[in-house]
Design a binder for this molecule. Structure first.
Ligand code: 3PG
Length: 214
């Protein structure tokens, strides 16, 4: 599977912080019901690996990946748990190499030209731009994209339903990421309908922009 092409088609990768592994499968189903078949479960909580395993085994239509992977050990555990892709907040050559050696797509965080050149040197064409709002949002991404033709960006950090349109509208944006579609608060409240509704709203915004561009 060409993961970045598929992510571009979906347009959105929800970033998820789970406090209870039993929230993982219902969250995956709620996202699918809203039209999103990607989820990035962050390795920020102790149940993350179990959650990745459960989604990978029980919800085959969901493309589940691991986020906040900061080293080789995290990548190894996530891939063993069934993660189909790895996202990292920063750029670690050895973690990229490990994922490549294990045929698992990785999207490392790169916000400077030097970091992007490091990713390019390892054969990557997609980077995470995080925290997008702090590093200048689309203004900075536009500047980088004008130099690094062919590089695609996954902006996350500070993106929500009201500002996602400005990001989605450029062809060099693989997808947008963010916690707003499936927040810890929604999960804590068991508001799976709310997750589906927000996923559907995000998908709708993405669809409208793609339609307008035709
Ligand atoms: C990430 O890991 O990409 C960010 O935590 C997501 O940022 P957000 O919570 O502002 O969406």
């Amino acid at each position: 599977m060409d993961l970045t092409a598929k992510a571009h088609e979906t347009g959105m990768i929800p970033v998820i912080v789970l406090n209870n592994k039993n929230e993982a499968v219902p969250a995956a189903k709620a996202l699918l019901a809203g039209g999103i078949d990607f989820m990035e479960i962050t390795l920020r909580t102790p149940c993350a690996l179990d959650a990745i395993r459960m989604v990978s085994e029980e919800v085959p239509d969901m493309i589940v990946g691991a986020g906040t992977v900061v080293n080789v050990e995290g990548a190894k555990k996530a891939i063993e748990a069934g993660a189909k892709f790895i996202v990292s907040p920063g750029f670690s050559e050895e973690t990229v190499k490990y994922c490549q050696d294990h045929d698992t797509p990785i999207i490392p965080g790169c916000v400077t030209p030097t970091e992007i050149m490091g990713a390019m040197a390892m054969g990557l064409d997609t980077v995470k731009f995080f925290p997008a709002d702090v590093f200048g949002g689309m203004k900075t991404i536009k500047g980088l994209a004008s130099v690094f033709r062919g590089i695609k960006f996954l902006p996350t950090g500070g993106i929500n339903l009201s500002n996602m349109a400005e990001y989605v509208s450029e062809p060099y944006i693989t997808a947008v990421g963010g916690s707003f579609v499936c927040s810890s608060k929604d999960l804590l409240n068991g508001d799976y309908q709310g997750i589906t509704d927000k996923a559907a709203s995000a998908v709708n915004i993405i669809r409208q922009i793609k339609e307008n561009k035709k």
